[in-house]
Design a binder for this molecule. Structure first.
Ligand code: FHN
Length: 568
């Protein structure tokens, strides 16, 4: 990483954890038509259930009576619990309320089409019957049942696809597994661990549970190409399986990796990944694994809008639940899933089997998806005059009331919202809708200028060309650049105090930078240009994000962002 010019305090940090790019699908080599056929069910599905369930549900976020910060499934690491003490939890783990059919029916009623469950997370505990290690639910707990077997049977009955999450690299229990820095008794050879535990367990998972539709690897620390190659032949045990992009560490030369799906975590990429298959995974509160004190639930309305947003960008939504130690999905999760399911019952046509909407720009009133000649308008903000502009569309629908205007057709809607929090209106055209609007790109002055109107805004208020923020905020943009370059990023801002913000552009060369700046203006409307640092961007479409990094109130206004090429 290069350091940019330091007009201000600047820290550059590589951002390679999630959302890494794929460049090929090595598993197995196939034609585009074969790949499309293999991905069809998944592309149509759009909505799946992630389940993080393991021994960590027992401490549920507290150790020796003290709350432990971080995700519930990371408690062994965060509280630096010894291998022996953590393993002792097995004697009390007895999830007698677990009922595979209940879980599968909850997912199905929510409108989810597939389930991905943690077969083994970083704690190394297998939630299935494994001959490769006795540290598993069947051998080591009083429960003695194999929930994955039961889930496979229930999914077959209810016609849901099943996939397994497997932490191939991090394993804090077995000798040699990556990630355990606090208990010397776990030290060992990483390759020996892969050969003795991870590879045999993935083989078991792909051999003993009937049809498995997806394999979801995670945190590929130390997973070189050679090490990844130990797993690749196993995938042939499940012809047609879909594998995510986290088996191998990204290639340091270009950030590429292998696998079928991009995996943005806890965020919706502003422009999706055009031309790629991708899936946002997200928690409903702030943890993946059960934590009894985490009640910071996203609302059902928020989740429905996220599903609409993700579908509008051509992605899937893998929404997490963290069942408790007795084997029950927490009630707040079930309530939210019921609400999403009810909305999908009415509006599923606008989600399942659709493709990304045709608009490159942000639509102020909502989102769109399309299937064939049908364009689905996802109306988030009902227009007070009942009229919606479809910018850049200049042919009228064959079904649906609309008139043409220089900016695009104007659709006439009924007086009030038809549904909440998203109303769907379907327009039928004689051919698929293609818009003429394009993404922001390099202007005649050689710069990329991003206006507030180009942004996806979280946590602020817009008036004219200015967004005002009083607390946590985020601006997301999509833009394209024609050539690989270094760009000096600056922001036109009206600050009132010290601020710290991050700028990131995930992708092969995209990096993140954290910039702290101190600048006082005369208050709102007094703008100054603050330079944030330098980003390296390859040619293509970028998902660019700028957000606050401070919890305290730091009032701020932003007018525009600009990227100026750095002479090289
Ligand atoms: O460390 C894990 C985390 O616990 C969780 O499993 C998520 C889900 O995508 N993945 C890792 C972080 O990227």
């Amino acid at each position: 990483m290069k350091k940019g010019p330091l007009g201000l305090l600047l820290i550059l940090a590589a951002s390679l954890s999630a959302g890494v790019a794929q460049n090929s699908n090595a598993i197995p080599p196939e034609t585009k038509a074969q790949r499309d056929a293999r991905m069809t069910w998944w592309r149509d599905a759009r909505f799946g259930m992630f389940i993080h369930w393991g021994l960590y549900a027992l401490p549920a976020g507290a150790w020796h009576g003290q709350p432990v910060s971080g995700n519930g499934e990371w408690i062994m690491n965060k509280a630096q619990i010894s291998v022996a003490d953590y393993a002792a939890l097995t004697s009390q783990f007895n999830p007698v309320k677990f009922k595979a059919t209940s879980w599968v029916r909850i997912a199905k009623a929510a409108g989810m089409k597939y389930i991905i469950i943690t077969a083994k997370h970083h704690d190394g505990f297998a939630m299935f019957n494994s001959a490769a290690s006795p540290f598993n639910l069947v051998a080591a707990t009083p429960f003695h049942r194999d929930p994955l077997k039961e889930l496979a049977a229930a999914c077959a009955v209810e016609d849901l696809r099943l996939g397994f999450y497997y932490s191939q690299s991090q394993d804090w229990h077995h000798r040699g597994g990556a990630g355990n820095f606090w208990d010397a008794s776990q030290a060992g050879d990483f390759d020996a661990y892969l050969d003795a535990v991870a590879v045999p367990q993935v083989r078991e998972l792909l051999s003993n549970y009937g049809p498995i539709s997806m394999l979801w690897y995670d945190t590929p620390r130390r997973m070189t190409e050679e090490r990844a190659a130990k797993f690749l032949p196993l995938h042939a045990l499940q012809p047609g399986i879909i594998v995510n992009n986290r088996l191998r560490t990204p290639d340091p030369r270009d950030g590429s990796t292998i696998g079928d799906t991009e995996t943005p975590e806890q965020y919706v990429p502003p422009n999706g990944y055009p031309g790629k298959d991708w899936e946002t995974c997200m928690t409903m509160n702030d943890t993946w694994g059960f934590k009894k004190d985490d009640q910071n639930w996203k609302s059902a309305d928020d989740l429905i809008r996220k599903l609409s947003d993700i579908a509008s960008k051509g992605g899937n939504f893998l929404l997490n639940v963290g069942p408790d130690a007795l084997g029950e999905i927490p009630a707040p999760s079930v309530e939210r899933l019921q609400a999403v399911g009810a909305w999908l019952q009415r509006n599923g046509a606008a989600i399942y089997g659709t493709q990304a909407g045709p608009f490159a720009c942000r639509l102020p009133w909502g989102r769109t998806t399309q299937r064939g000649n049908t364009l689905y308008l996802h109306v988030w903000e009902w227009p007070t005059d009942g009229q919606l502009l479809l910018p850049g569309v200049h042919h009228l629908p064959v079904k649906g009331a609309a008139t043409d205007s220089p900016a695009g057709i104007v659709v006439k809607l009924p007086p009030g919202p038809m549904d909440k929090p998203v109303s769907i209106a379907a327009l039928e055209f004689a051919r698929p809708v293609i818009t003429t609007r394009t993404l922001p790109t390099v202007g005649p002055d050689g710069r990329v200028t991003l206006a507030i109107a180009d942004a996806e805004i979280t946590g602020g208020e817009v008036a004219g060309d200015v967004a005002s923020f009083t607390n946590r905020w985020k601006l997301q943009y999509s833009f394209s650049t024609p050539a690989e370059k270094l760009w000096r990023v600056s922001v036109e801002v009206s600050p009132s105090a010290y601020n710290r913000i991050t700028v990131s552009a995930p992708g092969p060369f995209g990096r993140s930078l954290t910039a702290a700046f101190q600048a006082w203006g005369k208050g709102p409307g007094d703008f100054t240009t603050v330079e944030l640092g330098v980003l390296a961007l390859e040619a293509g479409v970028h998902s660019f994000e700028i957000k606050s990094e401070m919890d305290e109130l730091r009032p701020l206004q932003i007018r525009r962002i600009s990227l100026e090429p750095v002479p090289q």
